[in-house]
Design a protein around this ligand. Structure first.
Ligand code: DCP
Ligand code: MG
Length: 401
């Protein structure tokens, strides 16, 4: 039987690290994301600021007192969401699904990955390296037999940590930790436990389970199990996504058919790549066009055979585009795939013809995973000469859930 291994990934000082990444002059300095206004609170603080005792949920004013030289920054949620989507994209390379806990944290079941890496440490290092390459940010990773231990493990050597808790060593590793590290123990339960002399997780593990239950009811039994490192909670992957899309607002309105075609081809290519990476195919494709006057229209087409190749998407998008009357320049273009079905369930009618294309796509996907989106465009892009710089203000590349 394959042993169960759960990985917990948690980005380090997430919002603050993104701000330091985007403002190099703030690196190595105390950065507090939140507001210093009378009612503002700290969302998070860089590790430099934490040395002054600043932490999440602290009133901004208190943070200002503790660390007057800190740089206060307002959160940029759009950017954090876009980074989160990049992280999720990486995680899908290691497990078909995952359970996100917040923008910067997720559980994934990596039981099936054991054979691909010599050790669990090597697997953890691969995930961390891929997140760093995609986002320029560090993550802390924990790998353990269950969710409770994996989350403890990711926190063990933060920041930039990697901790594996193996089978057989669970109880001993966590015994010295204080009881509040047990899942579900808040200040009240902590006080109730400590009042009876149970201060560490080891104390709870050594306690009489009946006595724990007598004092804490059903929670007592749960805590007894957790204290022994046992936790059989399943992963609850989030709702399967309903659509995958890409849109772009242009600095100058597009007017020539060539420019428009290039953008739509590129968007179909990206959407098709994401469909394959999420192991889904789409029966519906939607084109969105916003004109210079801000007049916006969307046109959709639903087909019988689900699509995940750029050619398939583009051939529908092109038809939709040709049906639109164009009287002014185009400010925004977007392509979205929806009516998603699991790729395994989607039987292709013309299997032979598309099999070769699927193989070509798989090779391109692997190159793209490794070297990024621009490594290998189809011929028609290569003919265009060097690509223009991608929009990096976080407006393009929206993934519609
Ligand atoms: N956050 C928030 N308010 C809180 C806690 C967190 O707005 N009370 C936001 C800001 C954090 C992000 O959520 O950057 C992730 O929360 P974490 O608890 O994972 O904290 P960090 O990633 O900031 O730091 P750590 O390195 O401890 O994980
Ligand atoms: Mg974090």
């Amino acid at each position: 039987m394959v042993r169960r291994w759960i990985m917990h990934v948690d980005m380090d000082a997430f919002y603050a690290s993104v701000e330091q990444r985007d403002h190099p002059e703030w690196r190595g300095k105390p950065v507090i994301v939140g507001s210093a206004s009378p009612r503002g609170v700290v969302a998070t603080a860089s590790y430099e600021a934490r040395r002054y005792g600043v932490h999440s949920a602290m009133p901004g004013r208190r943070a200002r007192e503790r660390c007057p030289e800190a740089i206060f920054v307002r959160p940029r949620m759009d950017v954090y969401r876009a980074v989160s989507a990049q992280i999720h994209e990486v995680l899908l390379h290691y497990a078909p699904e995952f359970e996100p806990l917040s923008l910067d944290e997720a559980f994934l079941d990596v039981s099936g990955m054991g054979g691909h890496y010599p050790t669990l440490q090597a697997l953890g290092r691969a995930v961390k390296a891929e997140i760093l390459a995609a986002t320029e940010l560090t993550a802390s990773v924990g790998i353990a037999p269950n969710k409770f231990l994996a989350k403890l493990a990711s926190d063990w050597h933060k920041p930039d940590g990697l901790t594996v808790i193996g089978y057989g060593e669970e109880a001993a590793r966590i015994a010295p930790l204080p009881v509040r590290r047990l899942w579900g123990v808040g200040p009240k339960t902590q006080a109730a436990l400590e009042a009876r002399g149970w201060r560490t997780i080891g104390d709870v593990a050594a306690a009489d389970p009946e006595e724990l239950a007598a004092h804490l009811g059903a929670q007592g039994r749960v805590l007894y199990e957790l204290a022994h490192g046992r936790d059989n909670r399943p992963l609850t992957p989030h709702e399967p996504r309903k659509s995958i899309g890409e849109e772009e607002t242009f600095a100058c309105d597009l007017t020539t058919a060539d420019e428009i075609r290039t953008v739509l081809l590129r968007q179909c290519d990206t959407v098709a790549y994401r469909l394959r990476r999420h192991h889904v195919r789409a029966r519906t494709v939607t084109l969105k066009v916003r004109f210079a006057s801000f007049r916006t229209l969307t046109r959709s087409k639903t087909v019988t055979e689900p699509m995940d190749l750029d050619r398939e998407l583009y051939s529908e998008v092109e038809k939709l585009y040709n049906q639109i009357s164009k009287t002014e320049g185009i400010r925004l273009l977007g392509v979205t795939a929806s009516s998603l079905v699991p790729a395994v369930d989607a039987v292709r009618l013309f299997a032979d013809e598309s099999e070769r294309e699927q193989q070509v796509a798989a090779v391109r996907d692997r190159l793209r995973d490794k070297y990024g989106a621009d490594v290998l465009r189809r011929g028609y892009w290569l003919e265009e000469g060097p690509e223009e710089e991608e929009d990096t203000d976080g407006q393009s590349g929206t993934d519609v859930e």
